[in-house]
Design a protein around this ligand. Structure first.
Ligand code: GTP
Ligand code: MG
Ligand code: NA
Length: 343
């Protein structure tokens, strides 16, 4: 029931960081997919969206034996490119999320687009968790597939633990130089002021349970108001795409509200507002990436938060990055059209 005041929507999490730190690979590991290897030159060039149902997160975090009481239906994760030429997409992605994962390569430390991402997060006051990725590349690392990171760390030799600590200290210092306190998450007693670091591997999965649990716990604990489901549609166009057999479609992120087949919508177009009717609402299967061709699920209606492909006529000149509006029974079409063009 969408009038339920206590109903929460899925939190939106954006993955950001310098090129090749392993953002897409981390998602591939969680999804059990191979999106990264299909990318041209291994470089992400679009925003990606994946929905993780709560059931899956519960399963993945079981070993941590935490109070994994999940009140949210799932988690919507947005993958962004790290290449320097995609600042606009990082900005768009970070503008949609309530929390971010900032991925840092443990072998490289903070890099130019790490700092750029940090500044975007600071600007919007967005909370984030640092994934200190590629721990498996520490010389002598012993693989502990899927293990919570504290458990994996205990399995390592003294040498590996020393190598890890040296790099961790360096990276904490680099964050300090950016004006931020950070600490290994299971040693972090001052969560208010100090951002958590979770060491991870996107190849063998150490630290993945920890990061999933932290994301869900932290958003549920601190963002209840923001995550309370609202009927007011909040929706952003990510991509305008021609799909064989469907014509021009738009990929959107529905942040709040419900979309229905047959809804009259208005989107911002190059030649003015586009008024059209939703013919089909499609999503990929849970745990699959919206930007990858595959089979789609058809829906009569979809509740936020979700990544959705919308099929409708006249979308050829729609502009990515702008808001989508639904014309409700009490709305004046001209008002909605004007609102659309304000973006
Ligand atoms: P962009 O989206 O292009 O910015 O890159 P990305 O951050 O998504 O990184 P991507 O997933 O493309 O990974 C870059 C390279 O690092 C690939 O060759 C991955 O196989 C490798 N890689 C990613 N994560 C890990 C990891 O945890 N360990 C190791 N050893 N390699 C990794
Ligand atoms: Mg990527
Ligand atoms: Na890459």
């Amino acid at each position: 029931n969408s009038d339920d005041k206590n109903e929460l929507r899925s939190p939106i999490c954006c993955i950001m960081g310098h090129v090749d730190t392993g953002k897409t690979k981390l998602l591939d590991y969680i999804r059990g997919t191979n999106v990264q290897e299909g990318e041209a030159c291994g470089i992400t060039q679009q925003i990606g969206v994946t929905y993780f149902p709560a059931e899956n997160i519960r399963e993945r975090t079981r070993e941590l034996k935490a109070d994994a009481k999940l009140n949210v239906p799932g988690l919507l994760v947005i993958d962004t490119p790290g290449h320097e030429s995609f600042t606009n997409l990082r900005s768009r992605g970070s503008g949609l999320c309530e929390i971010a994962i900032l991925v840092v390569d443990i072998m490289h430390g903070l890099e130019p687009q790490t700092i750029e991402s940090l500044n975007l997060l600071k600007m919007r006051n967005t909370d984030f968790i640092v994934a200190l990725n590629k721990v498996d590349r520490l010389y002598g690392w012993k693989t502990c597939r899927n293990a919570p990171i504290a458990k994996a760390m205990k399995q390592q030799s003294k040498q590996v633990q020393m190598l890890f600590n040296d790099r961790l200290i360096q990276i904490i210092t680099q964050f300090k130089e950016q004006g931020l306190n950070t600490e290994l998450y299971y040693k972090n007693k001052d969560r208010g002021d100090t951002f958590n670091i979770v060491p991870t591997s996107a190849i063998s999965g150490e630290g993945i349970p920890d990061i999933l649990l932290l994301l869900v716990q932290w958003t549920q604990k601190t963002m209840i108001e923001r995550l309370t489901f609202s009927k007011e549609v909040e929706c952003t166009v990510l991509e305008v795409k021609v799909i064989e057999g469907h014509g021009t479609t738009i990929d959107v992120v529905l942040v709040n509200g419900v979309l229905h087949e047959g809804d009259q919508i208005v989107v911002c177009g190059l030649q003015g507002p586009i008024v059209t009717t939703i013919r089909s609402l499609l999503t990929p299967h849970p745990m699959k990436e919206l930007r990858v061709k595959g089979t789609y699920l058809h829906h009569k209606e979809i509740k936020a938060a979700q990544g959705i492909k919308i099929i409708a006529q006249g979308l050829e000149h729609a502009i990515a990055g702008t808001s989508l509006y639904v014309v409700g029974p009490d709305d004046d079409l001209e008002d909605v059209k004007n609102k659309t063009m304000e973006d």
